[in-house]
Design a protein. Sequence first.
Lengths: 288, 500
Amino acid sequence: MKPIFLSLAAVLSVASAAPDGKQLFTIHCTACHMLDQMVVGPSLVEIRSLYNGKPDEFVKWSIAPQKKRPGAIEMPSQAHIGEEGLRAIYAHIMDVSKGVVAKKQEQGDPFAASPTQTVRPQVQRIFMPNASPASIAVALDDMNSLCWDAGNSRLRYAWTGGFIDGFAYWKGNGSSLATVLGTVKYTEQASPFGKDAAVKFLGYKVKGGLPIFRYSVGEQIVTEAYSPVSEGMGFVRSYAVVTKVPLVLDFPAQSGVSITTDKGKLEGGKLILTPAEAAAFTLTFSLK
Amino acid sequence: MKTATFLTWITLSAASFGWTEHFTFENIATPPGMDPQVGAMDRMPDGRLAVAFHRGEVMFYNPADGSWKLFATGLQEPLGMLTEADGSLLVMQRAELTRLKDTDGDGSADDYETVFDDFGMSGNYHEFSYGPARDAEGNLFIVLGIASNGAPMAAEIRGEFSEIGQVDFKGMTTSETWGKNRGPAGRMYARVKWRGWVLKLSPDGKTMEPYASGFRSPNGIGFDAKGRLLITDNQGDWRPTSPLYDVRQGGFYGHPASLVWKKGWNGGDPRLMDVAKLDAMQVTAAGYFPQGELANSPTWPVIIPKGAFSEGMAGQTVIGEMNQPNLVRVLDDEVDGVFQTALVPMFDGSPLGIGNNRMVFGNDGSLYVGKTALSWAGSKGMTKIKWNGKPFLSLEKIKALPKGFALRFSQPIDANTLKTLSVKRHTYEYHQGYGAPKKNEEVLEITGAKLSDDGMMVTLDVGVLKEKYLYLIDMTGLLSKEGGKILGAKAWYHVVKAPK
């Protein structure tokens, strides 16, 4: 080892200096604000158009922001940066945005024509209205769609028309729900196995693009497959239930919906099946 | 003392424009028409890459011919993936850990098996799900992000609601009154089960053990080459700057929201607890990424395989980063059995860019970086990074000493440049606020700098090391004997345990 001793100045305690707006911007702002396009918050170009010549208003807003943009989240208060620091950030923003033109905002979903979005049938997990956050949207064909909820292993509703518009969800970070493109024609308030059935979701298989959901209800193992009706509007629901006891399922009547079964009898909103019948039975839901 | 923060601006790129002399950076074309934001990646044994995208597609990329093939669709925000021996894929999505299986051999998944979904969902956008990481015994570890008060919970949730908190269920789920409730709700909250927790699952996923708590937005989980479970988290409330943790069973890792799910918890709303008490409970971070300088939102850890980069980097961990145009290399050290690290920028000042969310090494040693933004600052698509085999100067190892650090380099150092080295240190205050400025920052006098006979090792004398301080060793002016600049010119060493 050859020692090299360095003659550096004595221990320096860091002296105070004017705040560096660029550095503060990098630390506190870059995750949400870009120069020429809106990300989580407005672009620096837009901030310039709002606050140029108004540093006091900029500081005031940064300390006590409010929600003003629909579909965007409210900025957390930046009071911790301090007024001096906020003024330095203001100067930095005004400086770098000078003469910059904002990029054109994309109108509508740039990936709406994606092969994976337009294919039918389709199974897509996404946040759906009127269902739990563990929902699955299913397009059976161009006309018939439904929302199946993996959070409680049951069909929530079915609609006719188009499928979903998920852009509000996908363009952000999941802060919006998908929109149903059509008219909800059928809604189930509870699992046909009973309101308090002990269900556990086990997953699904996909056959020809259509889902076959799998779950347990107590000791029973259930598969529930969906396909479109051959004519008109509606869906076909094919079950296989492994059970040792007769099965009683609830399908309360709804106006505009006709339900038929290939096994047992559906009377007064109840379908009663022997264990042998329960092993494979199909219900057809015709919608007006 | 607050002004001390402002003196630390460092231009990372200044020392490192040399990356492109040693590495190529190539953008990989992603499938046409598809949203190319990458959420998860792994490598198949045959060298194909499995890549999961924002809108739920899982595709195989074949580096041999650049082709893409669709394997599965319809997942919700996949953010982690592991290949299995039979060719199945384990994918973590918002609602569950799923096994994708091709049972009929047609090349696409037909079975989407739910491996584990026994955790809560409030419907809040910020509840991302991460993992799995697999240990040597095959156990799987997942980690669940917590909700942001940027939005309330959904009216219909999955799982149990914790009554612990200042705002009741109605208040937590009502948009119209959220303006007044969002403050008392907490900047980030965990009112449904196991949010903010690491869960350990048996290899079959059938049994779960709550493993560790205290996480916020842990967008990176993986085992390092020595079997440590590394998790990164994001700067924010209770996070002065982004931390790197060596996660052990039973540990509490700093963000209090998750404590409401601790067995027998009776401490009330953890957010309102005495900060000193929480501070005493938390495990000190093994590393810190200084905000705005090294990383703002660190991501996934991966192990550098032998032959991929220079020899000394084999077995080290490299971590992605969303907001700064660089990756971060982890130099590990151990003092009395306590793991602590120095974090070093990698590819700073290169064409890499931002949004570096997921990474995987190809069979030929190329590093594939998958990018995303999810409406925050970021990017999209995939970048391939390949070393051209030309050696370069880098910091290979660091060891804390009772009065300084020993640094080992990849090449002999020009002794005349030792005088350019500088060392600073600072600490952070642990508090509920969003991020924290540097505290007690000071420049240290280097009282000695010894170069070993082979020129590869530098011993720096800076006085007794202080625990819970982040030391910046600035090597920007250092040159190799042959005059080469150092790539990755700064090392931030977090002293968890000071050697005696």
